[in-house]
Write a protein that binds this ligand. Structure first.
Ligand code: SF4
Length: 348
């Protein structure tokens, strides 16, 4: 075992985070946790993971579920395509592998929604395959450790980082090593200012020696997020409210209220809503503003409420009572609108 791997594992044995998916590691638990952890903080994931495993304790239970149930349990976690992919992947594992995940990273990559990183994480943690799992944390740690100054998004540089990581993975404990790198990246070798004094690799780190740890990894500047303006309408018919299940890739499968692009004049809003939903509505009243930040875009939303006597909307739209709405998977972006809806429903 390389001395760097040995130092890192010693640190991991003493310092590792006690996380529910590490207590009794399984291929399925690793798959679920690694999928949830993509773009999401560990503290947020813990509760979702426990509820998910409670509802779907194994691949077969997940494969049997309806997509709506899976999305409901994912509600608030964001990046909902991950939930749909996990669900689709579970069905594929049932069909192709009789419900047991395959044991190699190459086979795992053939499952829907499992990319190179997740495949390597499952194969190393659950099956002991000595492959590196290179996520954003590992990329930062390795690029600093080896003092790699080139753009880490460039294919050749990413390949180099993979090779450096692969050379470090000890065949005796590949899963622990990968988790140690993840922990180090999350807690010590953090973005911005790393805590090099607390790092078990400080004597080996090229970036620290060169005084450039804070400048690495080298990543091109992100484009600023795109801001979009929406008018979101709570349309009521009696005690029911109009919603639609999204088919667009962003928030696909989640339920949202009617959304008109931009900020139309109050006087032209009923026409815009009629074109969208097929329903004639009363002049809407304003309810306030809401804002939601996605990774690449921001929704600035004006909320309003309107009534309709017409209960036959265009295809794709459905009415729900406030009570029924609680069972639907609604994205966090609609949280302000949902809150306003419950206030209106209570005020009646
Ligand atoms: S010494 Fe500092 S920069 Fe180098 S790996 Fe450790 S925390 Fe990261």
């Amino acid at each position: 075992m390389r001395p760097e791997a040995e130092k890192l594992l010693r640190w991991y044995d003493a310092e590792h985070r006690r996380l529910p998916w590490r207590t009794h590691p399984s291929a399925y638990g690793t798959w679920v946790s690694e999928t949830m952890l993509q773009q999401t903080r560990v503290e947020t994931v813990i509760g979702y993971y426990l509820r998910f495993l409670d509802a779907f304790p194994d691949v077969a239970a997940l494969a049997r579920a309806e997509e709506a149930q899976v999305l409901k349990l994912w509600e608030g976690l964001g990046y909902y395509a991950r939930a749909c992919n996990l669900h689709r992947g579970a069905r594929q594992v049932m069909t192709l592998y009789g419900g047991s995940l395959p044991r190699t990273s190459d086979e795992l990559k053939t499952i829907h929604g499992i990319g190179p990183y997740t495949a390597a994480a499952i194969a190393s943690i659950a099956f002991g395959e000595p492959v590196p799992a290179v996520d954003g944390n590992a990329l930062r740690v390795i690029s600093r450790l080896r003092g790699i100054r080139e753009n880490v998004r460039a294919a050749a540089v990413a390949k180099l980082i993979d090779a450096e990581a692969a050379a470090l993975v000890p065949p005796e404990r590949p899963g622990d090593f990968n988790q140690a790198v993840m922990d180090l990246g999350a807690r010590v070798c953090v973005p911005g200012t790393p805590d090099c004094d607390a790092c078990p690799l400080r004597a080996d780190c090229a970036a620290l020696k060169a005084g450039i740890a804070e400048e690495l990894p080298c990543v091109p500047k992100k484009k600023p997020p795109l801001t979009q303006q929406w008018t979101v309408a709570l349309i009521r018919c009696g005690d029911r409210w109009l919603m639609r299940q999204r088919t667009e890739s962003l928030l696909r499968g989640l339920w949202v209220f009617p959304m008109v692009e931009g900020r139309p004049e109050q006087s032209s809003l009923p026409d815009a809503l009629e074109r969208l939903t097929g329903l004639r509505v009363s002049p809407p009243s304003e309810l306030g503003e809401a804002r939601h930040v996605f990774t690449h875009r921001v929704w600035e939303m004006k909320l309003c409420a309107a009534q309709t006597e017409d209960s036959q909307p265009k295809e794709g739209w459905r009415f729900f009572t406030a009570e029924q709405l609680r069972a639907l998977a609604v994205p966090t972006a609609m949280r302000g609108a949902v809150k306003a809806l419950y206030q209106l429903a209570d005020d009646r």
